[in-house]
Design a protein around this ligand. Structure first.
Ligand SMILES: Cc1ncc(COP(=O)(O)O)c(C=O)c1O
Length: 418
């Protein structure tokens, strides 16, 4: 066979890694075309919540595809989008009254940033600065990269990125420095603060307290700075509650959701906003409208999948599955914490993470690649972030499957550490 022409994301093709051909996914398991199987320990990049190919979501997709596949969403609408938007408004905090559709986490963030700037622009206020948190990740489009941490991932594109004000990550014991920096940044007529609530995902599964989250939101509110919660990763139960913000009693001005919105089945995203933000764009002047769209905005099939996801949350014991998985994660984490190569074990809901200690040897600088490869060769999909290992499986993962994941992690780690 000729080599594949496919150019994979975040993949160094020069390393010649094995790229399995997946034929089928069921629950927490991925089935290769060659008969191999993998337990999906990272929910296929944090998207799969209830498990792969949930029958109710698959049925909704099939059914909708027989009725309406796609329709322009500027000035037209359809039932799946209308029902979904109402459903989202019903399960999110009351002040969030408007739903804007897009198709990925990155675009949900772009929309949030544009809504914030549009709000201030239409109110004739000179507020343009965006405040961000150190180590954040909000996606790979230009605006999303601009508000994320700068580093190797976006160095070549630096000329395209806009300036932001960055505040330090609230590491345990250093929380006050974060709050003080936010206070100072807010005083400077900032437009908005964007943050990943409770867990900074791609930044290394860095976790901070609900108390700090609540205090940050309060500072923004005092200064009239819009609070944008990027719950693209943390939403849909990952942190133990439907939204991470709930744990801090925080009601954002703008909320970004994607990934688990369709149960992780097909691409869709939403940016929810308070009524004032919508109303700042409401006028008889067409120049004040919200200038954003993409061809597939609110695709009916994706909306039908998301509607089915909401239904699953409404009538299946999803919270119980999340609590059970969180307890299993806690037990596995406690056991692995005793390992001499393991440091900084941490957990937030269904997300468990730890760092590999530096003394383990030079090879470990490359160990994320090693461990991902070891998992691939041994039936587990894992993808460490630098020296941070994390496990974030779908909620249907069984105790046996989770035990198998940690066994492979442990074995891979020990081989790397030798
Ligand atoms: C917090 C956060 N925001 C935004 C994104 C970007 O989402 P997408 O990859 O769907 O564009 C991600 C992706 O991992 C994320 O974790």
């Amino acid at each position: 066979m000729t080599p594949s022409p496919v150019w994979h994301p975040f993949t160094q093709h020069g390393l010649g890694e094995d790229i399995p051909l997946i034929a089928r996914g069921q629950g927490a398991v991925l089935h290769g075309a060659d008969g191999r199987q993998w337990i999906d320990a990272i929910s296929s990049w944090w998207v799969t919540t209830h498990g792969h190919a949930h029958p109710r979501i698959m049925a909704a997709i099939r059914e909708q595809s027989e009725k309406l596949d796609q329709i322009i969403f500027a000035g037209w609408t359809h039932e799946p989008a209308e029902t979904l938007a109402r459903g989202l408004i019903a399960i999110t905090p009351e002040p969030l009254t408007r739903v804007f559709f897009s198709d990925s986490g990155s675009t949900a963030v772009e929309v949030a940033l544009k809504m914030a700037l549009g709000y201030w622009h239409n109110r004739k206020a000179d507020r343009q600065k965006i405040i961000v948190m150190e180590h954040s990740y909000h996606g790979d489009t230009i605006g999303a990269m601009s508000v994320g941490a700068r580093g190797v991932f976006n160095k070549p594109y630096a000329p395209l990125l806009f300036d932001v004000t960055s505040i330090p990550f609230p590491a345990t014991g250093a929380e006050q420095a974060t709050l003080d920096a936010l206070e100072v940044a807010c005083r400077d007529q900032a437009a908005a603060f964007i943050v990943e609530p409770l867990v900074l995902g791609a930044g290394g599964m860095l976790m901070y307290s609900a108390k700090v989250l609540a205090e940050m939101a309060a500072i923004c509110a005092r200064h009239g700075v819009l609070f944008i919660a990027d719950e693209v990763m943390t939403g849909w139960g990952r942190t133990g509650t439907m939204l991470a913000c709930e744990q801090a009693g925080v009601i954002p001005d703008i909320l970004c959701l994607s990934k688990g919105l369709t149960g992780g089945s097909v691409p869709l995203a939403v940016t929810l906003a308070r009524e004032e933000i919508f109303m700042a764009h409401w006028s008889e002047d067409r120049a004040d409208c919200f200038f954003h769209s993409s061809s597939y905005t609110a695709n009916p099939i994706a909306c039908a999948a998301a509607k089915a996801n909401l239904q699953i949350w409404a009538d299946e014991p999803v919270q119980h599955r999340i609590d059970t998985l969180a307890a299993l994660q806690s037990a596995e984490l406690q056991a692995i914490a005793r390992h001499p190569l393991v440091a900084s074990t941490r957990q937030c809901g269904t997300i468990a993470a730890f760092d590999l200690v530096a003394e383990a040897g030079g090879y470990l600088s490359n160990w994320a690649v090693h461990l991902a490869g070891f998992g691939k060769a041994n039936g587990v999909l894992i993808r460490p972030l630098g020296n941070t290992v994390y496990v974030m499986p779908p909620y249907c993962t069984t105790p046996e499957q989770l035990r198998a994941v940690y066994a492979v992690v442990r074995e891979g780690m020990e081989i790397a550490g030798r």
